[in-house]
Design a protein around this ligand. Structure first.
Ligand code: HEM
Length: 350
């Protein structure tokens, strides 16, 4: 059957184990952000899947459309080139894996490594060969908005209110960067450890609206020396940096249907982990059609099977070995940027 012609390229469990191990090894990045590539890898997987539209059955993690300027250049995806660049050495080592599988698998491994739940992951996504099936920009949420916007965005993907609150718990991880989204800061004191701390802090702290020098409005909480709310933090010891919340995070508190879930997840970490694992697995499967055996049967997969795109070039002068419109060369540029940052750091210490 023609549809199965590349089926033999489906990775085996043993091959995938090697990739998982390699992801675990790359998470430790002392010169990057809070020392881990984990949070930005989670965001990469979420943004690759979160373009899904249930009504038109377009978008989602199949295809790895973010390799193309049309999707990768969406301002909502600013900064995710770091995540993609972290994974490029793995693509070089395991050229058989599709970018779409690599990006989603990396997030699941990262969440587990950062202390989060085991999330079920199924492979078989293919890589688009051009940008014709890449969804339009503007499908990802805007942190400056409120509850109505969250419902508009997440209902489109097929999620309900409980799932919106559970997914937002990923903001236990990572931080906002002024040069990416315009927002600045982290949600919790230890942003590389997956927990339900985000919900606890949402409820415990008195969040104050503030406008950053760049004109962006967010919420902040600056811990006073002897403030009783400091007890809400699990991790102690160090003097905390001020924490932040996006307007969309605060909307979970003020909305009568969202808030009960914030309260439940703050009180019950196991419940949050269980719900998060289920909803993140659902997110990664949006738009992926499978047959009874689990094989992906989307049109593009049926046509060409498991089609792994060639690794993007690392050098700016390389000939066009990428599909039309594909963003290339970002790994090298970012490596240089990170090296420079490291040298600056070392210089400052001298
Ligand atoms: C509810 C709507 C959401 C909004 C408005 C939103 C918005 C944002 C913004 C503005 C940032 C900062 C980006 C930067 O400046 O680098 C961010 C970071 C992040 N988001 Fe969300 N997000 C949402 C939902 C989610 C979901 C569903 C997940 C995953 C399940 C997620 C995972 C993350 C992670 C892990 C980071 C940290 C990335 C890093 O450290 O580089 N977010 N989000």
């Amino acid at each position: 059957m023609a549809a199965d012609k590349n089926n033999n390229k489906q990775p085996t469990a043993a091959q995938l184990d090697e990739v998982k191990e390699a992801v675990r090894k790359l998470l430790h990045q002392p010169d990057y952000d809070d020392g881990s590539a984990g949070p930005v890898l989670v965001r990469l997987a979420w943004h690759s899947a979160g373009t899904y539209c249930a009504k038109t059955n377009t978008g989602g993690s199949n295809g790895a459309g973010m390799r193309y300027e049309k999707e990768g250049g969406d301002p909502a995806n600013a900064g995710l080139q770091h995540a993609r660049a972290f994974l490029e050495p793995l693509k070089a080592k395991f050229p058989w894996i599709t970018y779409a599988d690599l990006w989603t698998l990396a997030a699941v491994v990262a969440i587990k490594e950062m202390g989060g739940p085991e999330i079920s992951w199924k492979g078989g996504r293919t890589d688009f060969t051009d940008d014709s099936k890449v969804p339009p920009r503007g499908r990802l949420p805007d942190g400056a908005q409120g509850a109505e916007h969250l419902r508009f965005i997440f209902y489109r993907m097929g999620f309900n209110d409980q799932e919106i609150v559970a997914l937002s718990g990923a903001h236990n991880l990572g931080r906002c960067h002024a040069d990416r989204s315009g927002f600045q800061g982290k949600w919790v004191n230890n942003p590389t450890r997956f927990s339900n701390q985000y919900y606890k802090l949402l409820l415990a702290n008195d969040w104050k609206k503030t406008t950053l020098p760049n004109g962006v409005t967010q919420f902040v909480y600056v811990e006073e020396e002897d403030d009783g709310a400091a007890a809400a933090e699990e991790e102690g010891g160090e003097k905390p940096e001020s924490l932040m919340m996006l307007p969309t995070d605060i909307a979970l508190l003020s909305d009568p249907a969202f808030r009960p879930w914030v309260e439940r997840y703050a009180a019950d970490k196991d419940l949050f982990f269980e719900h998060f694992a289920a909803v993140f697995a659902k997110l990664l499967e949006l738009g992926i059609k499978r047959d009874a055996s689990g094989k992906v049967i989307n049109d593009e997969n049926a046509e060409d099977g498991y089609r792994s795109a060639p690794k993007k070039s690392d050098t700016a002068t390389a000939p066009g070995d990428q599909g039309p419109g594909q963003i290339g060369h970002e790994a090298r540029a970012l490596k240089e940027e990170n090296d420079k940052a490291r040298r600056r750091k070392e210089g400052a210490k001298l």
